[in-house]
Design a protein around this ligand. Sequence first.
Ligand code: NI
Length: 128
Amino acid sequence: MEEDLLDDFDSFTRERHYQNRSEALRDLIRSRIIEKEWKADKNVMGVISLVYDHHHRGLQEKVTELQHHFHHQIVSTTHVHMDHDNCLEVIIVHGKAGEVRRLADSLIALRGVRNGNLAMSSTGKDLH
Ligand code: NI
């Protein structure tokens, strides 16, 4: 490996608090495998997070309605009332990657959602 690239990799390893290069490399490989699982529409696990103002007209109803529509993909939902206006909803999801992504995209695109994120993870079955 080129020295510059190896230096970058060593900084990455240090910054992320890996014990050594091997651990860092293993995780990088696993994240590429997870990317592949999602692209191939495999069974996956994920976490959707949403920040929104519950006063926004009709939004709370839409968030609930979508979750009922995709109830097979939802493992659990946690709602946190962060302050007078803002809610955080964290939804653990599973199923075919395409369906899970469709749910995440539909929620995140709702008007009034201030921040949304889909953390793409894995069932772990094909990870070593
Ligand atoms: Ni709330």
